[in-house]
Ligand binder design. Structure first.
Ligand SMILES: Cc1ncc(C[n+]2csc(CCOP(=O)(O)OP(=O)(O)O)c2C)c(N)n1
Ligand SMILES: [Mg+2]
Length: 756
C-alpha cells in the first residue's frame, strides 16, 4: 500500500516556526474556583488532606529511618527513601484533575502518587465497591475514613515489605502499583515507565475507552533515551486520533545531584523540547508546581485535549524536593540554604492552607487540627503495618507467571467480517499440505487477529513491506493500519509500549527485526515487561509476544547474526520459544499470543523459506512441551531452532556407524521440558546439546545443568555442547563456517561421546 503522504522534492525558502510554549499562565485562586463552581469546598478539603497525608507519610519514613518512632522502638526502615516532601502539589493537583478510571505511571519518588491515585479512586467508588475493594467489614462505621486509613496501611505495608502491601512486599516503595485503581506502577528505572504510559495510552485510544494516561516522570528521566523514543512514538501522525497521554515532568531541579538548568541540559525549560516533536509543540506548558490549583488546571486542560483526540501533552511542573535525593544524600554538598529557603517560602501546603482560609473553607485552627489528625492516622497505619504479617517465604515464586490464557474468550471479541479490508484467505498448501515457515507465521498471526480483536501487530517495517523477512506480508491488506502498523525505529519503545498496552487489556505482537537489537531494549524487556507481574504482586499480566529472529551463515557478521536467546532465558518472568518447523511455528505462535505472559518468540531467518506440513485447521501447541523428533538408544541430542535440522542430519550420518540417536527439540526454552530431556538421558546415558550461540553461558549450558541435576547417576559420560566460538559472529565466509555448528561437527561429537 503506498503511503498517504507522498514525499516530493519541494525546497521552499522559509523559516521553521514552532507553537510557543506558555509559562506560568494560571491566574486563579481557590476563592474564584469555588465561586465559579469549578471546585467544591469538599474537593478543596480533600485535596488539602491528601497533601497532608503525603507529607505525614514521608515524614514518618524520616522518623523510621532514624529508628526514632517511639511506638516501634526496634524498627529501622530498610529500603529506598526517595521522599517527595515539597512536591505534594504535583501529585495531588495532577491526580485530582483526571478521572478515577484514568491511569497513571509513576517513579521511584512515587509514594505521593500512590497515596493520591488510590485515594481519589476510592472517592469515586460506591460504598459497596469500597467494601469489596478494601475488604473491610460491611458494618464499618465511617467507612470512607476507615477506607482511607486502610489505604495508608496497605501503602505502608508495601514499604515495609509486608504481605498486606499492595504488591505483597514483592515491590516495595520503588515498585508500588495498584492496578485496581489505575496505578500502573512506580518504576525504579529512571524513565522506565515513559513508554509503558505511551503504550497504555495507545491502547486506550484503540479500545476507545475514553481514558487518559498521566505519565509522572522526573526531570532526570527527560534526558534518558527512552523519553525520546516514547515522545516520538506518542506523536506519530499515523495515530490519527492522537495518543491520550500526558507527560508530566515533575521538575524538582535535580536528578540525583545533577542539576537540570545550567548543568546537565541545554535548555531553560524541558517543556521546550515539545517543539521538536510535532506541530503543536506537544501542547507543552510550564506550570508552577508548588501551586496545587495551577497544576490541577493544567492537567485538566491536558486531559481534555487528550479526550478530544489531540494528545499527547507535555507539562513541566517546577517544584523542589526539600530533602536530598534520598536520606543518605548530603544535599548541602550541591545546593545552598538560600536556595532551599526560597522554595520553602513557596511551600505547597502552606500556600493552599492560606487559600483555604481565604476561601472560608477552614480556619487556621481547623487547619492545624487537620494536620494533627493526619499525623495520627499515619502513626496508626505505621504501627498496624509494622505489626502485620511478613510474606510467607514458601511463596517466594508466587506471582511470577500468569497461569491463565485467553483460550476461552467470548465470541464477541472476534473481529467482525465487516472490519476486514479484504477477506482473509488461508495460505495455499502444496500437494503434501506444506507451507513455508514464514507463511505459517503470517497464518498464525492472522488467525489470532481474527479470533481476538485485542491482538495488534507492530514493529519496524511489518506493515506494507511485511517485515524484513516477509513473515507478516499480506496482513495489513486484511486488517488495515489500525491493527498492523510500522513502528518508528525505536526498539525500546516498541517493547515498552507493547508492555503498557498489554497491561491495560490489549494483546500486542511486536517485532524486533533481529535479536541483536534486543540489547537496545533490555530495560523494557528485562526490567519492565518481564518483571512487572512479580514486582506488582502478581496483580497484572503482560500478554505480549515479542517476535524476533536469529540468523547466521549469511555473512551479516557481529550485529546481525547472533543467537541471544540466553539473554532472554536468564530473565525470570519471560517465556522463550524457538520453533524449528512450520507446524510448530504456527501452533506455538498461536499459543504464545493466547498466553497471559510476555513471550519472546524466536524465529530463525534460515528457516523462513523451509517448507513443512501445516494443517489449515485450528491447533495450538502448549508452551513448555518438547518433542522427540527421532527415537534412539545410544545418545540424546538436544537442539532447537535451526540447530534441530542440523542435529537430525548428524543423526542420519552417525546411523551408518551404528549409533542410535534420540533427538529432542525442546521448542520452548523457558519453561524447559526438563522431564522429556532427563527421561531420555536416563535411557540413553549420554547428552549432547547443539547451540548456535557462543559456548560460554549459552542456553545449552542450562540444558546440560538442569538435566544432569536430574539424572547424573544414569549418565555414562559427561554431557557435551557443540556451540559457536566465544567470539562475535565473524563475516568472512570461512570464519563464519568455522564458527557455526554443522552436521559434520555434531556427528563428530556424537561419535566421540559414544566412544567411536
Ligand atoms: C536508568 C537509571 N539510571 C540511574 C538510576 C539511579 N537514580 C535513581 S533516581 C535518579 C535521579 C532521577 O532524577 P529525576 O528523574 O529527576 O527524578 P527525581 O529523583 O528528581 O525525582 C538516579 C540517577 C536509576 N535508578 N535508573
Ligand atoms: Mg528530578
Amino acid at each position: 500500500m503506498p503511503k498517504d503522504v507522498p514525499v516530493l522534492p519541494e525546497f521552499v525558502p522559509a523559516e521553521i516556526t514552532a507553537k510557543p510554549v506558555p509559562t506560568f499562565t494560571y491566574r486563579g485562586c481557590l476563592k474564584r474556583e469555588l465561586e465559579a463552581g469549578r471546585l467544591t469546598q469538599d474537593d478543596a478539603l480533600r485535596m488539602f488532606r491528601y497533601m497532608l497525608a503525603i507529607r505525614c507519610f514521608e515524614e514518618m519514613i524520616v522518623t523510621l529511618k532514624g529508628g526514632r518512632f517511639a511506638p516501634l522502638p526496634g524498627l529501622r526502615f530498610i529500603g529506598a527513601t526517595h521522599l517527595s516532601i515539597g512536591q505534594e502539589a504535583v501529585a495531588v493537583g495532577s491526580i485530582s484533575a483526571i478521572d478515577a478510571k484514568d491511569y497513571i505511571t509513576s517513579t521511584h519518588r512515587g509514594h505521593g502518587h500512590s497515596v493520591a491515585k488510590t485515594a481519589f479512586a476510592m472517592d469515586a467508588m460506591s460504598d459497596q465497591e469500597l467494601l469489596e475493594y478494601t475488604g473491610l467489614p460491611a458494618d464499618t462505621e465511617n467507612l470512607r475514613d476507615q477506607a482511607f486509613n486502610h489505604h495508608l496501611y496497605r501503602t505502608l505495608c508495601e514499604l515495609l515489605g509486608k504481605e498486606d502491601g499492595y504488591c505483597h512486599g514483592r515491590g516495595g516503595g520503588m515498585h508500588i502499583a495498584d492496578f485496581h485503581t489505575g496505578h500502573l506502577g512506580a518504576n525504579a528505572i529512571v524513565g522506565g515507565s515513559i513508554a509503558i504510559a505511551t503504550g497504555a495510552a495507545m491502547a486506550c485510544q484503540k479500545l476507545a475507552n475514553g481514558r487518559v494516561v498521566l505519565c509522572l516522570m522526573g526531570d532526570g528521566a527527560a534526558n534518558n533515551g527512552i523519553c525520546h523514543e516514547a515522545f516520538n512514538f506518542a506523536v506519530q501522525d499515523q495515530f490519527k486520533e492522537g495518543c491520550p497521554v500526558i507527560f508530566l515532568i515533575e521538575n524538582n531541579q535535580y536528578g540525583m545531584t545533577g542539576q537540570s538548568v545550567g548543568e546537565v541540559t541545554g535548555v531553560r525549560y524541558l517543556a521546550q523540547r515539545g517543539m521538536g516533536y510535532n506541530e503543536e509543540s506537544m501542547h507543552a506548558e510550564v506550570v508552577d508546581g508548588m501551586n496545587l490549583l495551577a497544576v490541577r488546571d493544567a492537567v485538566q486542560r491536558a486531559a481534555e485535549l487528550c479526550r478530544q483526540g489531540k494528545g499527547p501533552v507535555l507539562l513541566e511542573c517546577l517544584t523542589y524536593r526539600y530533602y536530598g535525593h534520598s536520606l543518605s544524600d548530603n544535599r548541602m554538598s550541591y545546593r545552598t540554604k538560600e536556595e532551599e529557603n526560597a522554595w520553602l517560602q513557596k511551600d505547597p501546603i502552606e500556600q493552599f492552607q492560606c487559600e483555604l482560609v481565604d476561601g472560608g473553607v477552614l480556619t487556621q485552627e481547623q487547619a492545624a487540627a487537620e494536620r494533627e489528625a493526619m499525623k495520627q492516622r499515619v502513626e496508626w497505619a505505621t504501627v498496624a503495618a509494622a505489626n502485620s504479617a511478613d510474606p510467607d517465604i514458601r511463596e517466594i515464586t508466587r506471582g511470577l507467571l500468569a497461569e491463565t490464557t485467553s483460550d476461552d474468550i467470548p465470541a464477541s471479541l472476534a473481529t467482525p467480517e465487516s472490519a476486514l479490508l479484504t477477506p482473509y484467505k488461508k495460505v495455499k498448501r502444496d500437494s503434501e499440505g506444506a507451507v513455508l515457515y514464514r507463511h505459517a507465521v503470517a497464518e498464525a498471526i492472522a488467525e489470532e487477529m481474527l479470533r481476538d480483536k485485542r491482538v495488534i501487530l507492530y514493529g519496524e517495517d511489518v506493515a506494507d513491506y511485511g517485515g524484513a523477512f516477509g513473515a507478516t506480508r499480506g496482513l495489513i491488506e486484511v486488517f488495515g493500519r489500525e491493527r498492523v502498523f510500522n513502528a518508528p525505529i525505536s526498539e525500546a519503545a516498541i517493547i515498552g509500549t507493547g508492555a503498557g498496552a498489554a497491561m491495560v487489556g490489549m494483546r500486542p505482537i511486536v517485532e524486533i527485526m533481529y535479536i541483536d537489537f534486543i540489547f537496545m531494549t533490555m530495560d523494557q524487556t528485562g526490567n519492565q515487561a518481564a518483571k512487572a507481574r512479580y514486582m506488582f504482586g502478581g496483580k497484572c499480566s503482560v500478554p505480549m509476544v515479542i517476535r524476533t529472529t536469529i540468523g547466521g551463515g549469511k555473512g551479516y557478521a557481529g550485529q546481525h547474526s547472533q543467537s541471544l536467546e540466553a539473554v532472554c532465558t536468564q530473565v525470570p518472568g519471560l517465556k522463550v520459544v524457538a520453533p524449528s518447523t512450520a507446524y510448530d511455528v504456527k501452533g506455538l505462535l498461536k499459543a504464545a499470543v493466547r498466553d497471559d505472559n510476555c513471550v519472546v518468540f524466536i524465529e530463525h531467518q534460515n528457516l523462513y523459506t523451509e517448507k513443512g506440513v501445516c494443517p489449515e485447521e485450528e491447533y495450538t501447541i502448549p508452551l513448555g512441551q518438547g518433542i522427540v523428533r527421532r527415537e534412539g538408544t545410544d545418545i540424546t541430542v538436544v537442539a532447537y531452532s535451526y540447530m534441530a535440522p542440523v542435529a537430525l542430519q548428524a543423526a542420519e550420518m552417525v546411523a551408518g556407524d551404528g549409533i542410535s540417536v534420540e533427538m529432542i527439540d525442546p521448542r520452548t526454552l523457558r519453561p524447559l521440558d526438563v522431564d522429556l530431556i532427563a527421561g531420555s538421558v536416563s535411557k540413553t546415558g549420554r547428552l549432547l546439546v547443539v547451540c548456535q550461540a557462543p559456548k560460554f553461558g549459552c542456553f545449552g549450558e542450562t540444558i546440560v545443568y538442569t538435566t544432569q541435576e536430574r539424572c547424573f547417576s544414569d549418565m555414562k559420560a559427561p554431557a557435551r555442547i557443540v556451540a559457536a566460538y566465544d567470539v562475535p559472529p565473524p563475516m568472512a565466509a570461512p570464519l563464519e563456517r568455522e564458527n557455526l555448528p554443522t552436521p559434520e561437527k555434531v556427528a563428530q561429537a556424537i561419535r566421540e561421546l559414544c566412544g567411536r
